[in-house]
Write a protein that binds this ligand. Structure first.
Ligand SMILES: [Zn+2]
Length: 162
């Protein structure tokens, strides 16, 4: 048996959904999942992914890159066991061109973004909230956040894919 999907949990809490008849509820589910091709399990995974991304977009509407959907489940988990952290934006992707040219250096403004919390460790939510307010983003073709790697219990490095 697999776990109920996030969609199932979401609509279970939806007051409108509760007023539907049993037949309407079945239709609701079937119509939703029919939008996703292939078998049931893959359908559910895709629907869950879309749900998480949608929720992340609602929480962090100005995020300059696409959130990692898995992080939705751990927003309040500790990311850095420290009350202070630094997000290192290296703009080091090959999309920015050859290393060492003037133009390249111009397009690669390395940035350090500080997160500080008074009495608790830094969470994934803190990271996303900080980046949601970040307005000096230099984008490239790789805008899907894949990994957050923490160095020395202080520096947060972001890994991107396309
Ligand atoms: Zn890139």
């Amino acid at each position: 048996m697999s776990n109920p999907s996030l969609l199932d949990k979401k609509i279970a809490n939806d007051p409108n959904y509760k007023n539907l008849t049993e037949k309407q509820k079945v239709d609701y589910h079937n119509n939703y999942y029919l939008a996703y091709p292939s078998n049931d399990e893959e359908r559910k995974e895709e629907a869950d992914y879309d749900f998480k991304i949608e929720e992340m977009n609602k929480l962090f509407p100005k995020l300059p890159f696409s959130a990692n959907s898995d992080d939705y489940d751990k927003l309040d988990d500790v990311l850095v066991k420290n009350t202070i952290a630094v997000i290192y934006v290296d703009c080091g992707c090959h999309c920015f061109g050859q290393v060492g040219t003037t133009e390249n250096e111009f397009r690669k403004p390395k940035q350090l973004i500080k997160i500080e919390r008074k009495n608790r460790y830094i969470t994934y939510r803190d990271f996303y909230e900080k980046m949601n307010k970040h307005n000096k983003w230099t984008s490239c073709d790789h805008h899907f956040l894949e990994d957050l790697i923490v160095f020395d219990n202080l520096v947060i490095h972001m890994g991107f894919g396309s």
